[in-house]
Design a protein around this ligand. Structure first.
Ligand SMILES: [Ca+2]
Ligand SMILES: [Ca+2]
Ligand SMILES: [Ca+2]
Length: 239
């Protein structure tokens, strides 16, 4: 009888842990595929990467990080990953030249309310600011993150249309409204220059397992198992 009184409380504790886990947001890393061709302004050298958004509920943020380890591209104000644009679309395309014209979800707010930029470091010679930023925040009149339109050049008279994250930098996009995935959705990002810089994408949302009433089923099964085990044990003792 002593053991029996402990068993229900252990089962309750297990359910408690499952509930907490279900409600907690998860950060998942995206698996990018490189599209064929290039797009952008002039010179046209923006490479496009596509990732299927994982099946999550309540997606609140998407994060793009530089993971170039100081390699690739140019120095100074254009150090690190050079983000031309970001787009969420239900349309799947394999061609960079099509990415500007496919339908987009109205998901992003490119103001300082909807974006959090964590500046990476510049490789010498260090400029006052990373390109596409002003006062440490995104300047979207320069970066135009809604359009894959970057001029892939460091010529001061022509450089336009992207933000450089700096080495190890990142930008977080807080979505206008949380998104739940019920049909396939794709993220497209562009890297200006296609010159060796590497990005990581992450999506923050809630696992959809929290929708399925499995924990209560597991609980019921556990109790049934305990009941059977106790009965069997009692019978064994009697015999
Ligand atoms: Ca760069
Ligand atoms: Ca742009
Ligand atoms: Ca680049």
């Amino acid at each position: 009888m002593k053991n029996l009184s402990i068993l229900p409380s252990l089962a309750t504790l297990t359910i408690g842990l499952i509930s907490v886990q279900s409600a907690t947001a998860a950060t998942l890393t995206l698996d990018f595929t490189t599209l064929s061709g290039l797009t952008g302004g002039s010179p046209t050298e923006t490479a496009i990467f596509r990732a299927a958004i994982p099946t999550l509920d309540n997606i609140t943020s998407i994060v793009i990080k530089d993971n170039s380890q100081g390699n690739g591209g140019s120095t100074g104000q254009v150090s690190g990953f050079d983000l031309d644009a970001i787009k969420l679309s239900s349309v799947l395309t394999n061609n960079a030249s099509a990415v500007n014209s496919i339908a987009a979800l109205d998901a992003f707010d490119f103001s300082s309310i909807g974006t959090t930029l964590t500046l990476g470091t510049q490789r010498p010679p260090v400029n006052a600011e990373l390109f596409g930023t002003t006062g440490g925040v995104l300047n979207n009149t320069v970066a135009t993150l809604g359009n894959f339109d970057a001029n892939s050049t460091t010529d001061p008279s022509r450089i336009f249309g992207f933000v450089s994250l700096g080495d190890g930098g990142q930008i977080e996009f807080k979505l206008k409204n949380p998104i739940s995935i019920t049909t396939p959705l794709y993220l497209y990002i562009g890297e200006v220059g296609n010159n060796g810089e590497v990005g990581i994408g992450q999506v923050i949302g809630t696992p959809q397992t929290s929708r399925i009433p499995e924990p209560s089923s597991i609980f019921a099964l556990s109790l049934a198992g305990i009941f059977l085990a106790v009965n069997r044990s009692k019978k064994t003792q009697v015999e």
